[in-house]
Design a protein around this ligand. Structure first.
Ligand SMILES: [Zn+2]
Length: 125
């Protein structure tokens, strides 16, 4: 059962934390006082502060989809700019873009996961 924010001593300032702050820091969409992630992308079942059930949101592979979409758009633009300006050999593209694809897609996966949970929370309230 979710306790009220007054019972938990959660200020209205924390409750009304901006969506940007919740997404960047991976904060609880209900109380915004603690992280909803156990590991880098592994979600907690409940918020340890307010008891809000995080795992009930059905976000599926949405975060991975948005992460791959944004990464592919940025890499395609970058590869096009590199090709048009410098005409490098193919191996230069491979060693340039492969690590960027891996790092960027993993780096933006967590914020997208937090964003989808915040959107789902707002939609259900
Ligand atoms: Zn919470």
């Amino acid at each position: 059962m979710v306790q009220s924010t007054k019972e938990l001593g959660i200020s209205s300032k924390q409750k009304k934390a901006s969506l940007f702050k919740k997404v960047i820091y991976g904060l609880c969409p209900n109380c915004a006082s603690t992280s909803i992630f156990k590991y880098y992308i592994k979600l907690l079942i409940k918020c340890p502060k307010c008891g809000y059930e995080i795992n009930t949101h059905k976000i599926g592979d949405g975060a991975a989809w948005f992460s791959m979409l944004l990464t592919s758009i940025l890499v395609a633009i970058g590869a096009l700019v590199l090709e048009v300006n410098f005409q490098p050999k193919l191996w230069v593209h491979v060693i340039t873009w492969f690590p960027i694809i891996i790092v960027l897609s993993v780096a933006i996966l967590r914020p997208f996961k937090a964003l989808l949970i915040c959107i789902s929370t707002e939609k259900n309230n």
